[in-house]
Design a protein around this ligand. Structure first.
Ligand code: ZN
Length: 502
């Protein structure tokens, strides 16, 4: 090992330990902690965040990183760690520690302020916090731009934090094309939607039975329970400490069968990515999924491309019916598949079907663009939001709860995050098209045989963590960088064939 890298190691270990504590406290806040714990706990989170900041941002680490950037005797993993850490250093150094601590403490309180506003359908209760979060982000952007001397647009900087190399230029094109292709397809689908009966989904499904079935689903797709757990939270999510501790949540609704099932498959897709990270890099700054877009590429591949296909349910459908005979005994596999693929423009992103999902993201993308590139005031945002829903989906939210207050992301200080959902959806279609070329994918799904599928994804994508970019991973795997046309083709083919006999 390079001797300078050896000097860096204790700093890495300390940053890793502090980050683990932060991840666990945030996990705990979402799953187990009592409501009143929040104020004191967010104080601790603020202090731990500062300790983390100081571990990375200090003169010793700076000196080591600068010297190591020129070293030519580093192993590939060491070189990737240095590169990633230097990037984090460049992003964080320009931000004064007191601002960083105040921001982290605000983002720890944000979700509960948002939740109260959402429950009371009162945007005004969240507006001030939202304004503060945005102004911190704008301040941080200014600090970072000034330090880097780069002339990059403010919103592009945020987008780049989640997906390197994707800017408004690429995303404008991407969404423009989707609008052109999907809106007409949606019209055809909406005209036929009443021919699909989905009543089975809203019968009574006990939480106890759902828990058993969902655990089986996670296992079915390859989630390793020796390296992971499933708990419950208001909003399903995945978090991880390293490749042997990957945690997912789901949320059970007793009047909605598919909600928890597809959340579980989705989060399992995220979890598989993290469980398959190579032992060589796990626990290091590059030992996690490369980007939000690639992460969503895995979760949506499992949830939609696999999970909503007929083949996926061939080995599972009898078991599903046996679990809930009182509700499903008369249901056929074909009607079930039509039901779980029914497309209807709706107001809530997390309940959106595959076809309308990206239109929800487009609304958020355009609103964020107005916040960071335009002059939209906070008070105007709810009505801008509602107008865009009318324009793209043909429906208008009647309350802010089902409008602008529906997502938690802004309350956690995340802006520029939403587009990665849309990119991920498109990446999933691209990966699926490739898998069909290199293996009998449909046959494996019909057999419930996820081993070769997971082995392939682990070998070509998962194991690398952040040591390759999204475009490099795609190119090395299939000879082609990101190409959203696969996604448009997938949607057209899927919905045309599903709806052709209706
Ligand atoms: Zn996800």
């Amino acid at each position: 090992m390079n001797s300078l890298y050896k000097e860096l190691t204790p700093w890495l270990d300390r940053a890793y330990a502090l980050n683990s504590a932060l991840v666990l406290m945030e996990w705990d806040a979402e799953t187990e902690a009592p409501v009143d714990a929040e104020e004191m706990n967010s104080k601790a989170i603020g202090i731990l965040s500062t300790a983390y900041y100081n571990t990375i941002i200090n003169d010793t680490v700076k000196d080591l990183l600068w010297k190591l950037s020129d070293a030519d005797d580093l192993s590939p993993t060491e070189a990737s760690v240095v590169k990633e850490l230097k990037k984090q250093f460049d992003d964080m150094e320009p931000i004064p520690p007191e601002d960083y601590q105040a921001f982290r403490s605000l983002t720890a309180r944000g979700p509960s302020i948002w939740a109260k506003a959402k429950n009371n359908n009162d945007f005004g209760k969240f507006a001030k916090t939202l304004e503060e979060l945005i102004s911190y982000q704008k301040k941080f952007i200014d600090y970072r731009l000034e330090a880097s001397g780069k002339t990059i647009r403010p919103y592009d900087l945020l987008l780049n934090d989640f997906e390197e190399g994707f800017t408004m230029k690429e995303l404008d094109q991407f969404f423009e094309n989707l609008k052109k292709e999907i809106v007409p397809l949606l019209q055809m689908v909406v005209e036929k939607k009443d021919k699909i009966n989905k009543d089975f989904n809203h019968k009574h499904y006990s939480t106890e039975k759902q828990k058993v079935f969902n655990r089986m689903l996670a296992e079915h797709v390859g989630f390793d329970f020796n390296r992971g757990v499933i708990k419950e939270s208001a909003h399903p999510f995945t978090t991880n400490l390293h490749n042997r501790d990957v945690r997912i949540t789901t949320h059970y609704y007793e009047d909605n069968l598919e909600s928890a099932m597809f959340s579980t498959i989705h989060e399992s897709g995220h979890a598989l990515y993290e469980q398959h990270i190579s032992d060589d890099i796990t626990g290091t700054p590059v030992g996690t999924g490369v980007s939000m877009g690639m992460h969503e590429g895995q979760s949506r591949l499992f949830e939609n491309n696999f999970g909503r296909s007929r083949e996926f349910w061939v080995p599972l459908f009898d078991q599903l019916k046996e679990t809930y005979p009182e509700n499903l005994s008369d249901l056929t596999l074909d009607d079930f598949i039509l039901g779980i693929n029914k497309s209807t423009p709706s107001l809530i992103r997390t309940e959106a079907d595959e076809l309308t999902y990206c239109l929800h993201i487009m609304v958020r993308y355009e609103v964020e663009k107005m916040i960071f590139e335009g002059n939209a005031s906070i008070d105007e945002l709810p009505s801008i939001w509602n107008q865009k829903y009318e324009e793209y989906l043909g429906i208008t939210p009647s309350t802010d709860t089902e409008g602008i207050l529906q997502d938690i992301h802004w309350a956690t200080g995340s802006f520029g995050y939403f587009p990665s959902y849309a990119l991920g959806t498109a990446i999933a279609a691209q990966i699926q098209a490739h898998l069909k070329q290199v293996m009998p994918l449909e046959q494996y799904l019909e057999e419930g045989n996820f081993e070769p599928i997971n082995a392939y994804l682990a070998e070509h994508i998962h194991q690398f963590g952040k040591t390759k970019t999204t475009n490099q991973l795609l190119k090395d795997m299939m000879g082609e960088e990101f190409n959203p046309q696969y996604y448009v083709d997938y949607l057209k083919e899927k919905y045309t064939s599903l709806y052709k006999n209706l």
